[in-house]
Design a protein around this ligand. Structure first.
Ligand code: IMP
Length: 202
């Protein structure tokens, strides 16, 4: 079994990561279980930078293989916003519902009819020796103006992936993982990790 530390505090993200990685060759630990409880400041301006910052902080503190997801929503009529600022879009301390309302208000203000958008997830893995790699998963779709569904988290109630006729929040966890940005990135991560390190870690 390959022990890896997941560098996230978001319980919904952790459970999506565990669904995909927890069934194979990996034994997952949260960063708290690995003894790391600090907040890591996301000072980067790209998903790649922030994902690396989070994974490296946990690897530096624990010495273990560390894996971080940095993700967000980019909306075309908002010129890519909220992007890396997805979590902070409506200010610190806002709820998911307030963030969605803020997003819908911003889109309505543009007057755009086309609400095409995509979710992006960059997963970075930092190894004990400091070497690292990242993979990226994308899910194309559009924003709908009415919240639909109770599952998932974040912007899920207003994001409808291409061709599926329901929002992420109307899907079961398995349905979402099959098409989501994070699901795709995690499957790429698992394949890439095993290709690079299987011999070393077994
Ligand atoms: P971070 O990667 O922790 O900086 O935050 C990513 C933010 O993007 C989350 O807090 C959500 O607002 C949004 N986000 C990322 N992935 C998803 C998803 O799968 N569904 C809904 N919102 C998401």
């Amino acid at each position: 079994m390959i022990e890896i530390v997941l560098a996230s505090d978001n319980r919904k993200k952790l459970s999506e990561m565990a669904e995909i990685l927890g069934q194979g060759d990996f034994r997952l630990m949260t960063k708290a279980e690995a003894g790391f409880t600090d907040e890591v400041e996301e000072t980067g301006t790209t998903f790649e930078e922030n994902s690396f910052i989070k994974a490296k902080a946990v690897r530096d503190a624990t010495g273990k293989i560390s894996v971080a997801d940095d993700s967000g929503l980019t909306v075309d009529c908002l010129h890519g916003e909220p992007g890396v600022y997805s979590k902070r879009y409506a200010g610190d301390g806002a709820t998911d519902s307030e963030r969605i309302d803020f997003l819908l208000k911003k889109i309505k203000e543009t007057g755009a009819k086309d609400t095409s958008a995509r979710f992006v997830s960059v997963i970075t893995c930092v190894m004990p020796d400091g070497s690292h790699f990242n993979v990226k998963g994308v899910c194309e779709g559009k924003i709908v103006f009415e919240k639909r569904g109770e599952n998932g988290f974040g912007y899920d109630p207003v994001f409808m992936p291409e061709g599926l006729g329901k929002t992420f929040a109307e899907m079961t966890p398995d349905e979402k993982n099959a098409v989501s940005h994070r699901g795709r990135a995690l499957r790429l991560f698992a394949a890439e990790f095993l290709k690079r390190y299987r011999k070393e870690v077994e």
